[in-house]
Design a binder for this molecule. Structure first.
Ligand SMILES: Nc1ncnc2c1ncn2[C@@H]1O[C@H](COP(=O)(O)O)[C@@H](OP(=O)(O)O)[C@H]1O
Ligand SMILES: [Mg+2]
Length: 253
């Protein structure tokens, strides 16, 4: 039987996204107000709905105080109420997302990423398959506002094309949707930035790991999780080798 957690993650991410579209319309002339209201209102909405629907579960949210009860809970919802806050604040941009993931006893077991401005939510219950890869250079999704130097060097090493965009969720979903082939990040991030994108990417059959190929672990005491790789499975070995070579040459990156 399919777990109801898949549909709960998807419906909450979608509903928080609709709320964010309304916030964006309400604060159309003030980017700072838009950012602040978006982060706060989406957070409040998700926490309230999760408390109502799953009263026994803990929540780790980018916008909330870290409650240590999550470290002794079997089930923890890891949410980023608004990922790509910078892009959300810029008029006309669609590269921002809502992340809702569920961690249960050591593993991510459900998740959804809503792309509200695109009108799309991708979730672990979708049975989504990644489209076949088009011919041409490898396409690497990369942060538009702070591209890691590692990824820039990697694109030169691999003859890959960089595809800049905001939001970790949008970048991971670009791989799921076949618009890019890999999302490589280094230099800083937190569990809420990658938990739901990684859950959805794994469910679609993609490779997900740290830069060194080790597993991504969630609900750790320190939620700092600075790097990740999401890619088509057939590219994983070559990409991880190229990353290791690049980092071996420039360990500080
Ligand atoms: N070096 C870094 N340190 C901390 N967080 C980072 C980071 N680089 C990216 N992130 C976070 O990852 C998300 C995607 O960033 P980017 O669009 O640059 O790839 C953003 O989340 P938020 O928008 O939720 O803050 C951003 O804050
Ligand atoms: Mg984020």
């Amino acid at each position: 039987m399919t777990s109801p957690d898949h549909s709960t993650a998807a419906s909450l991410a979608t509903a928080a996204g609709e709320l964010l579209l309304a916030v964006r319309a309400r604060h159309f002339d003030d980017a700072d107000a838009r950012k602040a209201a978006g982060d706060a209102e989406a957070h409040r909405f998700l926490v309230a709905r999760l408390t109502q629907l799953r009263p026994g579960d803990a929540v780790l949210s980018e916008e909330g105080a870290d409650d240590p009860v999550r470290l002794v809970s079997d089930r923890v919802w890891i949410v980023d109420p608004l990922d790509g806050t910078r892009e959300f604040s810029e008029p006309g941009r669609a590269d921002w997302a809502v992340h809702v993931a569920l961690w249960e006893r050591g593993e991510l077991v459900a998740g959804a990423v809503a792309l509200p401005a695109v009108g799309l939510t991708l979730g672990t219950g979708d049975g989504h398959r990644v489209p076949a890869r088009a011919d041409g250079p490898v396409r690497l999704a990369v942060s538009r506002s702070r591209p890691p130097s590692l990824v820039q060097a990697l694109s030169v090493r691999l003859g890959a094309q960089l595809v800049p965009m905001g939001s970790a969720g949008v970048k991971a979903m670009s791989v799921v949707r076949g618009e890019t082939d890999a999302y490589v990040h280094g230099g800083g991030q937190f569990e809420w930035d990658s938990a739901a994108p990684v859950a959805v990417a794994r469910a679609a059959g993609l490779h997900t790991s740290r830069l060194d190929g080790s597993p991504l672990r969630y609900n750790r005491p320190d939620p700092y999780l600075p790097d990740l790789v999401v890619c088509r499975p057939e590219l994983a070995d070559g990409l991880l080798s190229a990353i290791a070579e690049q980092m071996g040459q420039h360990p500080s990156r």
